[in-house]
Design a protein around this ligand. Structure first.
Ligand SMILES: CC(C)(COP(=O)(O)OP(=O)(O)OC[C@H]1O[C@@H](n2cnc3c(N)ncnc32)[C@H](O)[C@@H]1OP(=O)(O)O)[C@@H](O)C(=O)NCCC(=O)NCCS
Length: 149
């Protein structure tokens, strides 16, 4: 995945409006402890999930699906792959931050078992709060993803 920063950047621009620069994507995908999973159609990256292994926690940094490919299960699939890869690396729980107004992401994370444990009020420029969410990865067994994901 370390060579795919260009594809990740293009998807980021289509899906997230440029969350990270090319320099940040290059650094992210080459960073020790970073995990990234993507789904492509043979030429174009359609969905991506990235995270960092921090001791026994998976810190999910990016989840995005191409706007033309949403509601086809790709976001859930790459999130599942990320969580499954984190378990054999010693992660027992996963965390992420999501904007309080991001309905699609909140619905996906809720269906994947994430629960809000903290809130940064007015964190985003549009006034949305940042919700800090967690879920356990224990019970996954053999690197398999928890059933709820
Ligand atoms: C959030 C995002 C990654 C979801 O990707 P996706 O590939 O469309 O998600 P999936 O198709 O795997 O959806 C899985 C489940 O999430 C929920 N969900 C996803 N999008 C939804 C929507 N627009 N409305 C309601 N529920 C939604 C549903 O429960 C869905 O299951 P279902 O389709 O069987 O009902 C995508 O909307 C996206 O890229 N958004 C912009 C970037 C972003 O906000 N990323 C998250 C930052 S924290």
């Amino acid at each position: 995945m370390a060579d795919d920063w260009g594809a990740a950047l293009a998807l980021d621009q289509r899906s997230l409006g440029g969350f990270w620069s090319d320099t940040l994507w290059r650094g992210e995908l080459g960073r020790p402890g970073a995990l990234a999973f993507g789904h492509d159609d043979g030429g174009r990256l359609l969905s991506i999930a990235c995270g960092w292994v921090v001791v026994d926690e998976l810190h999910i940094t990016v989840l995005a699906t191409d706007p033309d490919w949403r509601r086809r299960g790709l976001g859930r699939a790459v999130l599942q792959a990320l969580a499954a890869a984190a378990v054999p690396r010693g992660c027992t729980r996963a965390t992420l931050e999501v904007a309080s107004g991001n309905g699609p992401a909140l619905a996906l994370y809720a269906s994947a078992g994430f629960r809000t444990a903290g809130r940064r009020r007015g964190y985003y420029t549009n006034g949305d709060d940042a919700l800090i969410q967690w879920r356990s990865l224990q019970g996954a067994g053999d690197g398999l993803c928890p059933p709820a994901l």
